[in-house]
Design a protein around this ligand. Structure first.
Ligand code: NAD
Length: 499
């Protein structure tokens, strides 16, 4: 059995707590590795190392820091296949999807090559007689991030690339379910020229997370994961005086207007609903066709597409649409929710419950499910399922459809499919959701825009990547300077005001 490590001060370090988490091969159901779960003392040690290394890194010319990012991009491209394979092996997603996971992280690293431009600050010449005023963005110090299992490459990079480009040290606490790729990323950053101690990976569970939250040296915490944990980390982190941003769960609605191209909408729904086995925070989990006739046409188009989905292990190559879910517990949770949908009166038009794959009977595969006639009060509508289950809620009018999405507690992403610009524009303006697609089912913004939901999908006022990341990972300091010629005029005893 492989024993995974932490990555501390440039070394792979074995865990000393004696506690481990099982890392599965989701395709076979076997435990393939043990992930060490750090104690508070192990986390504190990493923080001390980070604090010692960070000042020299912050004092390094920002262009030199950016060159590390440049080299890191080259190394990610060099090792893309290796990273994707390691990612699929622990997560279960297909190889092209795993490469996409690395790629969407890489794009944020590319954006961070422009950090010197983002960090330039502001300057006012002659803000007063002989006075100059300037603002600079300074690194926070030691920063930390806690990441989910579903994007083990992308989300760590979304956090550590801007943090480190800004001159911070970063401690990554990745998901204990698929920790190998984060460890590989830390190695690659060092190969790219990053000094030891600036990026460390400390594996763990709640104990490691609490060790981050209650550590006085750590200045900021980024979190991505489920909403209850996001709320806990946001509340605790803020009460400890840290800068915190937390991104939580989702229930993304796609509205299909009667004038939409129904083939396009059905294709989009199948990709967005079932890709990565539905384990994406931007997956579409609710289809809202407007009008009975639209709903009937949509279901007619969806059923054969959903039935034709190919489910299998990543090793089967490109002939697989999605793989297993991450653990047996996740599979059981999905199947329980499917049962609750049936019990509460939804119509299961594609039933994946009996899905089984020869040779992989113990794997965590879940067949594709499609529900029709789902209503607002059902658990499958209210809860995030995070599996290959698409719920159809029939709305009679556009107002009812937009109201559904607006009233849901989550507000990560949404989409509308229509040919009518006026409807699309109205939807984009009124909807209380952070990321909106118009005829685009998964509207994940590119690296130079920002990513973040509203309502119970995000806590904190700055988004991930884009310009917000440079604000989150720096503090503004504003200097008002007058040089000695002004001082000879003597002291001033009233507050200075502009005349
Ligand atoms: P999770 O909340 O179970 O775990 C996320 C992280 O929190 C992990 O590192 C885990 O070790 C840690 N953690 C778990 N329980 C904890 C506890 N009790 N105390 C402290 N820390 C704890 O989430 P997950 O299952 O890994 O990921 C799936 C969830 O993440 C879904 O809800 C999905 O919507 C969400 N997600 C959101 C976004 C977004 O940008 N909004 C992106 C990806 C995933």
């Amino acid at each position: 059995m492989q024993e995974l490590t932490h990555y501390i001060n440039g070394e792979h370090v074995k865990g000393t707590s004696g506690r481990f988490a099982d890392v599965y091969n989701p395709a076979t159901g076997e435990v393939q590795a043990k992930c060490p779960l750090a104690s508070t003392a192990e986390m504190e040690k990493a923080v001390e190392i980070a604090a010692a290394a960070q000042p020299a890194w912050a004092a390094t010319n920002p262009q030199r820091r950016a060159r590390v990012m440049m080299k890191f991009v080259a190394l990610l491209n060099r090792d893309m296949d290796k990273l994707a394979e390691a990612l699929s092996r622990e997560h279960g997603k297909t190889l092209p999807d795993a490469a996409g996971d690395v790629q969407r992280g890489l794009e944020v690293v590319e954006y961070c090559i422009g950090a010197p431009q983002m960090l330039k600050g502001e300057f006012t010449d002659s803000a007063g007689p002989g006075i100059d005023m300037y603002s600079m963005r300074q690194a926070l110090g030691v920063t930390a991030g806690i990441t989910p299992f579903n994007f083990p490459a992308m989300i760590p990079m979304w956090m550590f690339a801007p943090a480190i480009a800004c001159g911070n040290a970063f401690i990554l606490k990745p998901s204990e379910r698929d920790p190998s790729v984060p460890l590989m990323l830390a190695e690659l950053m060092e190969e790219a020229g990053l000094p030891k101690g600036i990026l460390q990976v400390v594996n763990g569970d709640k104990e490691a997370v609490d060790a981050i939250l209650y550590n006085d040296t750590i200045q900021s915490v980024g979190f991505v994961g489920s909403t209850p944990i996001a709320e806990y980390i946001y509340g605790t982190g803020c009460s400890q005086g840290k800068r915190v941003q937390c991104f939580g769960g989702a229930k993304n609605h796609m509205i299909i207007m009667p004038d939409a191209d129904m083939d396009q909408a059905a294709d989009a729904l199948v990709g967005a609903g079932y890709g990565a086995a539905g384990e994406r925070c931007m997956a579409i989990s609710v289809a809202v066709p407007v009008g009975e006739e639209t709903a009937d046409r949509l279901i007619e188009k969806l059923v054969p597409r959903v039935e034709a989905l190919k489910v299998g292990p990543y090793t089967a190559g490109n002939d697989v649409d999605y793989g297993p879910v991450v653990t047996g517990a996740a599979k059981q949770n999905i199947l329980n929710l499917v049962q609750s949908g049936i019990d509460q009166g939804a119509k299961l038009v594609v039933d994946g419950r009996d899905f089984s794959l020869q040779g992989y009977e113990e794997g965590f595969f879940v067949g594709a499910h499609l529900f029709d006639n789902v209503t607002k009060d059902m658990d499958i509508y209210k809860k995030e399922i995070f599996g290959p289950v698409l719920s159809t809620v029939r709305a009679q009018t556009y107002e009812e459809a937009i109201g559904l999405a607006m009233d849901h507690e989550y507000g990560n992403g949404t989409a509308i499919f229509t040919r009518d610009g006026d409807t699309a524009r109205d939807f984009a303006n009124r909807i209380n959701i952070g990321m909106v697609g118009v005829n685009v089912p998964i509207p994940v913004p590119l690296a130079y825009h920002t990513f973040g939901g509203w309502k119970k999908s995000a806590f904190g006022d700055l988004n991930q990547h884009g310009p917000d990341a440079f604000k989150f990972y720096t503090r503004t300091k504003t200097i008002t300077a007058r040089w000695p010629s002004g001082i000879k005029e003597g002291g001033e005893f009233s507050i200075p005001v502009m005349e």
